[in-house]
Design a protein around this ligand. Structure first.
Ligand SMILES: [Zn+2]
Length: 375
């Protein structure tokens, strides 16, 4: 069984009309999934409730939770920045986003299933700090729940930005291996996620990062992914996989400088699902994340659900949904297969060289910690 998480409460997670994170993308994704007829016996819709204070406290301090509840700017807690402004109802809305991932994790403790929280993936939040559009770290909260049953949890983050909050929270934990592939912190927020961030203490070697060159495209992403991720599965043998599937790597995304297409994105997701079946009994918690072109996100995440169900990707979008989309957004949605994005020869040469250097550096550093594991 696959449980899909969506509630109209997700629409209240709204930083305002000028902010790039428009919650309508979640509603449009949910509607597309519904109109494609995917909410059948194989996929069940769950409308989650809000996380409780006790649940939030698994990751966040009581002082921070209280500061969010006050709903007033307080930069000591990262609340009220341009990225993460405070709005009326921010506490409740954040509790619903976290509640989805926590409920999904609880279900995965009780039965053999997969889950997909469209409102999850808020990977930049820290225990005492809001950051990068993220208030509560639903990913870390879900992993904390999964730890009650599973002893090895693999976190895969393919969002365009480094999954810094999740990495930091489990930095000294050898039971949670965090992997993030993202546009290099040399160019992009949050400015971290370099190959030498490898974990610490008991968790040394259990954080893996691939910072990608600017303008990296499908070919580069798939090359880096295949070079590292299958080895992580082989070595770490996870019981369960948590995947943050942000789609702000897309060439049209306004916040990043990458050239991934929907075709490349779905190929990566397909591989995550395949590897999860091979090594982790198919137990996958999929989470949304970034993605700031409204024309991309719904198609990307409906495709994720198709792939989780082992359905072929649809050749056309339901006309009723396309009409709804055009009325709401004012343009046409993206379709699959996406256009072929190839950078010029010189750019491709530069990207390939930078990536080769990154990958060999990554392997050198990790083989000093765990000889042979990532070779
Ligand atoms: Zn992102």
């Amino acid at each position: 069984m696959i449980y899909l998480y969506y509630t109209d409460h997700f629409r209240s997670y709204n930083f305002g009309p000028e902010h790039p994170l428009n919650p309508i993308r979640l509603t449009l994704a949910y509607k597309l999934i519904e109109d494609l007829g995917l909410l059948d016996g194989q996929t069940e819709l769950i409308r989650p409730g809000p996380a409780s204070e006790e649940e939030l406290h698994q990751v966040h301090t009581l002082e921070y939770i209280e500061a969010v509840r006050l709903e007033e700017p307080d930069m000591a807690f990262g609340l009220g920045s341009d990225d993460t402004p405070v709005f009326p109802g921010i506490f409740d809305a954040s509790c619903y986003m976290a509640g989805g991932s926590i409920d999904a994790a609880k279900r995965m403790l009780e039965e053999d299933c997969s889950t997909f929280n469209l409102g999850g993936g808020l990977h930049h939040a820290f225990p005492t700090q809001a950051a990068g559009f993220c208030v509560f770290n639903d990913v870390a909260l879900a992993i904390s729940v999964l730890k009650k049953k599973f002893s090895s949890i693999l976190y895969l983050d393919i969002d365009g930005h480094h999954g810094d909050g999740v990495q930091q929270i489990f930095y000294e934990d050898q039971d949670v291996l965090t992997f993030s592939i993202h546009e290099s912190g040399k160019y992009l927020f949050p400015g971290t996620g370099f190959v030498d961030e490898v974990g610490a203490g008991q968790g040394l070697g259990y954080a893996v990062n691939i910072p990608m060159p600017m303008y990296a495209a499908d070919e580069d992403y798939l090359r880096a992914f295949e070079d590292v991720v299958p080895r992580l599965f082989e070595w770490f043998r996870p019981d369960v996989v948590v995947a943050q599937l942000g789609v702000d790597t897309h060439y049209s995304d306004p916040l990043t400088s990458l050239n991934v297409t929907l075709t490349g994105y779905t190929q990566m997701v397909h591989r995550i699902i395949e590897l999860t079946h091979k090594y982790a009994g198919g137990r996958l918690m999929a989470l949304g994340g970034g993605g700031y072109n409204l024309a991309v996100v719904p198609v990307a995440w409906a495709s994720v659900l198709h792939l989780m169900r082992d359905d072929p990707l649809p050749e056309y979008l339901p006309p009723y949904w396309v009409e709804l989309f055009s009325n709401v957004v004012g343009c046409e949605p993206m379709t699959l297969p996406d256009i072929d994005m190839k950078p010029g020869k010189e750019t491709q040469k530069r990207i390939s060289a930078e990536l080769s250097e990154t990958l060999s550096e990554l392997k050198r550093i990790h083989s000093e910690i765990h000889p042979g594991k990532l070779r």
